[in-house]
Design a protein around this ligand. Structure first.
Ligand code: BV8
Length: 252
C-alpha cells in the first residue's frame, strides 16, 4: 500500500507537516461538510449556516445547529486515524498537525502540537467583543448572552467570510513552507486559505502525499496519492514509519 520511494522518504524526513479535514473525523461518526446533513438539518447547507450573516439573520437556528454538532462531537471518540497521527508526531524531529476540523479529536487522541485553522466548537465567544467566554448564567435564552456586555454568544469557530486567526494561519504557512513531507488527509481541498497549503508545500519542494477515498482538485498534483480512508491508511503508514525509523525520533 505504501510505495517504496515514499517509505525511503519517510525514513529520512526531518520535518513533516499534515493538513487534516473533516474526512479524518468521518470514521468517528462526525459528518463531513460535504456529507448530506441529516435529520433536522437536512434542508440546510453548512455554507449557509456557518456565516456571520446567517447568525445575524437567525442566531437561534445557528446556535442550535452548533449545539447539535457539539453533542455529536462530545459523544464521538478519536478513531485509528487520529491515534496514528498522535503516534507519528513522536517519530519525527519536527511534526506540525494543521487541522481544519473544529472537533478537538486530534487533541483527545494525544496530538500535542495542533494548529486549529478554523477554531474549536467546544469554545464559545462573544459575538460583539470577540472574546472567549468560559461560563455564563443558566438561561432559557437561545443563544445565551455575554455576561459582560450582553451581546450574543457564538461558537469560537471561523465562519465563511471571516479571517483565520493570524497566529494559526501564520504557523501553518511556516510549517508548510519548510517541511520535507506534507500529508494532505481527508480534505476536499476547496476551502481557502487552507486549500492553498498543499500547493505551497509542493512549490517549496516538499514531497506531498494525499490520502482520500475520493479524488480532489489536488490529487493529480500530489507526488503520491493513496486512495483509501484515513482510519485504514494512517495506521499502516504509522507502522511503516515506526519500522523505518527504529528508535523513535531519528536525527533529533
Ligand atoms: C477567508 C468552521 C478572508 C465552521 C469552516 C466569497 C466571499 C468571501 C469568501 C470567499 C468567497 N469565495 C471564496 C471565499 C473564501 C472562502 C472559501 O474558501 N469558500 C469556499 C466554499 C469556496 N473561505 C473563507 O471564507 C475563509 N476565510 O477567506 O477570510 C476573507 C475575509 C472576509 C471576506 C472575504 C474573505 C474561512 C473558511 C473557514 C470556514 N469555516 N469551518 C464550522 O465548522 O462550522 S470550513 C469547513 O469546510 C470545515 O472546517 C473545513 O475546513 C472546510 C472544508 O471541508 P473539509 O474539511 O475538506 O471537509 P469536506 O466535507 O469538504 O470534505 C471531506 C473530505 O474527506 C472529502 O474529500 C472526502 O472524500 C473525504 N473523506 C470522507 N471520508 C473519509 C475521507 N477522507 C479520509 N477518510 C475518510 N474516512
Amino acid at each position: 500500500m505504501i510505495p517504496e520511494k515514499l517509505r525511503e522518504q519517510l525514513a529520512k524526513a526531518r520535518s513533516v507537516a499534515v493538513l487534516t479535514g473533516a474526512g479524518v473525523s468521518a470514521e468517528s461518526g462526525v459528518p463531513t461538510f460535504r456529507d448530506a446533513q441529516t435529520g433536522l438539518w437536512a434542508q440546510f447547507k453548512p455554507e449557509e449556516l456557518a456565516t456571520p450573516r446567517a447568525f445575524r439573520r437567525n442566531p437561534k437556528l445557528v446556535w442550535e445547529w452548533y449545539a447539535w454538532r457539539r453533542e455529536l462531537v462530545a459523544s464521538a471518540q478519536p478513531n485509528p486515524a487520529h491515534i496514528a497521527l498522535a503516534e507519528l508526531e513522536l517519530l519525527f524531529p519536527k511534526f506540525n498537525l494543521i487541522t481544519q476540523n473544529v472537533d478537538g479529536l486530534h487533541q483527545r487522541a494525544g496530538s500535542q502540537h495542533v494548529i486549529e485553522l478554523h477554531g474549536n466548537i467546544t469554545r464559545t465567544k462573544c459575538f460583539d467583543e470577540d472574546t472567549v467566554v468560559e461560563a455564563w448564567p443558566e438561561t432559557d435564552a437561545v443563544p445565551p448572552k455575554c455576561p459582560k456586555c450582553g451581546g450574543l454568544l457564538r461558537p469560537d469557530v471561523v465562519w465563511f467570510e471571516e479571517s483565520l486567526p493570524e497566529t494559526a494561519i501564520g504557523a501553518a504557512i511556516a510549517a508548510s513552507s519548510t517541511c520535507d513531507i506534507f500529508l494532505s488527509i481527508g480534505t476536499s481541498t476547496v476551502v481557502y486559505p487552507a486549500a492553498e497549503l498543499p500547493s505551497l508545500a509542493l512549490n517549496r519542494g516538499a514531497t506531498v502525499l494525499e490520502i482520500n477515498p475520493a479524488r480532489t482538485p489536488f490529487t493529480d498534483r500530489a507526488h503520491f496519492s493513496l486512495e483509501g480512508t484515513a482510519g485504514v491508511v494512517l495506521p499502516v503508514l504509522a507502522a511503516v514509519v515506526k519500522k523505518g525509523r527504529k528508535g523513535g525520533r531519528k536525527g533529533a
